[in-house]
Design a protein around this ligand. Sequence first.
Ligand code: DCP
Ligand code: MG
Ligand code: MG
Length: 363
Amino acid sequence: MDSNQNRGILHADFDAFYASVEQRDFPELENKPLAVGGNPRKRGVVASASYEARKFGIKSAMPMSIAVRKCPEVVVVPPRFSVYREVSQQVMELFRNVTPLVEPLSLDEAYLDVTELIHRNVTPPQIAKELKDKIASNFGLTISIGVSTSKSVSKIASGINKPDGLTVVRPGDESSFLHPLPVEVVWGIGPKSSAKLHSLSISTVGDLSLQSIEVLTDIFGSNAVHIKNIANGIDDRPVITQRERKSVSSETTLLIDTSDPTYLTEIVMRLSGQVADALVHKDIRGRTVKLKLKQSDFTTLTRQKTLSEKVQISSEIAESALELLNYELKNSDEKYRLIGVGVSGFSSAEALHDEMQLRFEGF
Ligand code: DCP
Ligand code: MG
Ligand code: MG
């Protein structure tokens, strides 16, 4: 047994996070199909769907208007980000009381490396069970946990028995656990690579594990070796406690598809203001300003500009973002359905834990 197989890695992820917090705080929403997200009349999207809503086919990232069509009795509520952020901070704190080796991936999920605790005669599944119980009693929320010797196996394991799951993959059982599962469970296999794989009759992780590096390189490029290893249950990546904050951004879906410069300028200025507020609040400055545009045909463009001086305040961000916007408007006839502004390129001293994105629907 190699040293990797002595590790104990947990992946914990809240069930229907935003929706469950709403159902907890507003008991009249309990047991109801619920979608947290933007206004259906303002082209909002679903951020989180309760498990009752998922029975109707409602899921994250779906336009809210479609969610309402799928289930006319669905209750739609706007998100309360500050409440979710607070729950998140408290849960991460609880994790850090178990082990300092916590890697948050988003507001509602994290990896924990509990290898050191094994030597104190507690097993990783016991730790996971205790965490679930504590979270249920302290927060009134359910979380699903995957337990194994690696990040990728634990992440997949936490997802397959949701909600309120506890899935343990014992050392040595990684491949037999992974191989029957569909390729889509592997992180990084999105709709595009999944379609390609299916066209080659590669439908399970087991099928994937048998492919040559040549075949996988055609599909995944430089990621081929990593994907093949993951499919074989080989993943030595460590749990990293401090991740560098990559970007702070804000984006919005527009009420109508448009190329109107006055309207787009106003929105870019408002988004720049929101990004600036977040940067000021966090006391960080970045060197790169990004503009994201989603065209009517859903093609997404990002244009960025790296500056000699770091920026933080609204007017500085807006100046670069508007330059990028004006260049795009001059050189294209497209109409846009979504627009976003972001700042990245922070120094490592400003390293924080995770990529942060603010979303505002329907200006
Ligand atoms: N989220 C979002 N937009 C998305 C996906 C997620 O705003 N496209 C937000 C809302 C979710 C939260 O992030 O509640 C956590 O995302 P998850 O992917 O973990 O989804 P859920 O926790 O809602 O459901 P699950 O039980 O499948 O984990
Ligand atoms: Mg979740
Ligand atoms: Mg999650």
